[in-house]
Design a protein around this ligand. Structure first.
Ligand SMILES: NC(=O)c1ccc[n+]([C@@H]2O[C@H](COP(=O)([O-])OP(=O)(O)OC[C@H]3O[C@@H](n4cnc5c(N)ncnc54)[C@H](OP(=O)(O)O)[C@@H]3O)[C@@H](O)[C@H]2O)c1
Length: 309
């Protein structure tokens, strides 16, 4: 019998302060299920939407959708206790224990840092999905709105590696960050379109990828479409406000393998900041602020279910 574990729950939708860490009992595993002791909990903007109620669903609601950890028990022969894994698609992953199935687990490389293991999947898979949705050839110019966050940091590097010319938008504090990733950096705000045109030096914009959801990103996407280019958004507000095609992340073990190979090869980096699980309210305040550089994750190294190393 496994001891109970902690889990982050909202019992009413609202500001970050509605989150509480509760204790939850553990049910026996059913055939095909795998129980993982969580070492890192991923944090994504969708978690803030879920918490506030703008994503739908009902309360009480357990938070978190992705994680990295160690298999504790397994009713599937493919995973044995002690295996280090990266997992996704589980509601309630901000917890000591998650129960999942083999289709939503990928082996964690032993040398991969735990924080990066818990943070790369969602943003990396979103970046791959977005890039695979557009049709762009080496030398084409693309604009990435909101390029300094988790998704953008990965997307800029993958796009540059494909030979695309990337113009990324970010605030003043993140301009250098974008240049280091391989983008031409442009500040968002009034006059964005003129600044992008100047940096593009007369070359047409092949695609606009919106990760920011701002009105000016929507306006520029509309202009790119009107000029015969492509435009997609990952943000529902830009679809609602400007009619730009909304793309949803596709997650798979195959995509995880591509991302992990790029990290191992040194061609993909992602700055990750960890906050202790007990500071999940502060973590959600930061999600609400929408000014992340790279990635924020939850550190559950104090999880009593983790094997003692
Ligand atoms: N559809 C899907 O399946 C899917 C999947 C994953 C993510 N998403 C969405 O994609 C978006 C990005 O996710 P993320 O994880 O990368 O978020 P994030 O890490 O919180 O990054 C947000 C970034 O947006 C930038 N930003 C804020 N206001 C901006 C503006 N007006 N113009 C341009 N950039 C601005 C910030 O840069 P500064 O600090 O420099 O301002 C920050 O780096 C979120 O809305 C998320 O919900 C959708």
């Amino acid at each position: 019998m496994t001891n109970p574990g902690r889990i982050a729950v909202v019992r009413r939708f609202g500001a970050p302060e509605v989150i509480s860490i509760e204790t939850h009992p553990v049910a026996p595993l059913r055939s095909g299920e795998i129980r993982v002791a969580v070492r890192t909990g991923g944090l994504n903007p969708v978690d803030a939407r879920l918490r506030s109620g703008t994503f739908g669903g009902s309360v009480p609601m357990a938070l978190g959708t992705e994680f990295a950890g160690v298999v504790l028990e397994s009713a599937d022969a493919r995973w044995v206790p002690g295996a280090e894994v990266i997992g996704w698609g589980v509601q309630g992953a901000d917890a000591d224990l998650v129960t999942t199935d083999a289709t939503r687990l990928h082996p964690k490389p032993a040398e991969l840092d735990w924080a990066l293991a818990g943070g790369i999947g969602g943003v990396g898979s979103t970046a791959v999905t977005a890039l695979d949705t557009i049709s762009a050839a080496p030398g084409d110019v693309i604009v990435v709105h909101g390029a300094a966050g988790g998704v953008g940091t990965v997307l800029v590097q993958l796009a540059a590696a494909r030979g695309l010319v990337v113009i990324g938008t970010a605030g003043p504090a993140n301009q250098e960050h974008l240049v280091r990733l391989g983008a031409a950096a442009v500040e968002y705000g009034s006059g964005l379109s003129e600044r992008v045109t100047a940096v593009a030096q007369g070359r047409p914009i092949a695609a606009s990828i919106d990760l920011a959801g701002s009105a000016e990103a929507g306006d520029l996407a509309t202009a790119v479409l009107a000029a015969g280019g492509q435009a997609i958004t990952l943000v529902p507000e830009t679809m609602a406000g400007h009619g730009i095609r909304l793309v949803r992340v596709q997650r798979s073990s195959a995509t995880m393998a591509v991302l992990l190979d790029a990290i191992a090869a040194g061609t993909l980096t992602l700055p990750v900041e960890s906050l202790p699980f007990t500071e999940i309210v502060e973590a959600h305040r930061r999600l609400d602020a929408k000014h992340a550089r790279g990635k924020l994750v939850l550190d559950l190294s104090d999880n009593p279910h983790l094997p003692v190393l």
